[in-house]
Design a protein. Structure first.
Length: 226
């Protein structure tokens, strides 16, 4: 039984690991809605534009949490990822979290095959193996570490395959693979750790749902794609 599970995981992992930008050539937009405690509080949209070998993915996010009619937490941000074929060559974002301004400016150096990062939480060089931690890109399920799309910090991670499931969402039924993504360093403060459940649809090469718990139960749900 254990051997069967290992073989199944290796087959699944190898399928994901050959992921490239070509998997997204048919998409122009991915729309996700954000829920907290099962209440709709905002959105996370991704838009794709292409010119030759260049693909630009823009990200818009906005949500607010209210208590007794008063806004206690809100986020609004914009980001842009630029790829030449499968290589990320730049990323930039600006985010307003309550009254705090956060940012990331990243570019790829061909000379040393690394990313140069200037962010509100980290500045320095990072391995080209990192992936930007946005939910449109299923390569996050194969990476050993991710770069925060909000602050530029680098977070090492462990991804575990949980099993196959079915999800009914917005009137659609998806056959998905369920993964658990957590921080490699579990000694980090709880509010700094990665701790996500992720449901991935191999048929459409798309993350269908993400859930986590932090000051409530949160879910990002795929609503529409074009």
């Amino acid at each position: 039984m254990k051997k069967t599970i290992v073989i199944l995981f290796l087959l699944l992992y190898s399928t994901i690991s050959i992921a490239h930008m070509g998997h997204y050539n048919k998409y122009n937009k991915i729309e996700m809605e954000i829920f907290r405690n099962d209440e709709l509080i905002g959105y996370n949209y991704y838009f794709f534009s292409r010119k030759g070998d260049e693909t630009i993915v823009t990200n818009q996010i906005k949500f607010s949490v209210k208590l007794l009619g008063a806004t206690i937490f809100q986020v609004e941000g914009f980001g842009e990822e630029k790829y030449i074929k499968n290589q990320l060559i730049s990323y930039s974002s600006k985010t307003l979290q309550n009254d705090k301004k956060k940012f990331v400016n990243l570019d790829f150096s061909k000379k040393d095959n690394k990313f140069n990062i200037k962010g509100s939480s980290f500045s320095g060089k990072a391995s080209n193996d990192n992936v930007i931690g946005n939910w449109w890109n299923h390569k996050i399920l194969q990476a050993d570490s991710q770069i925060s799309p909000v602050s530029g910090s680098i977070k090492k991670q462990v991804v575990t395959f949980i099993g196959k499931e079915k999800i009914n969402q917005y009137g659609n039924t998806y056959e998905v693979d369920h993964f658990k993504l957590i921080s490699k360093d579990m000694s980090l403060p709880k509010d700094k750790r990665l701790d996500f459940d992720i449901w991935f649809d191999k048929k459409n090469s798309m993350i269908i749902k993400v859930s986590y718990s932090r000051m409530g139960d949160w879910e990002y749900r795929l609503k529409n794609f074009e």
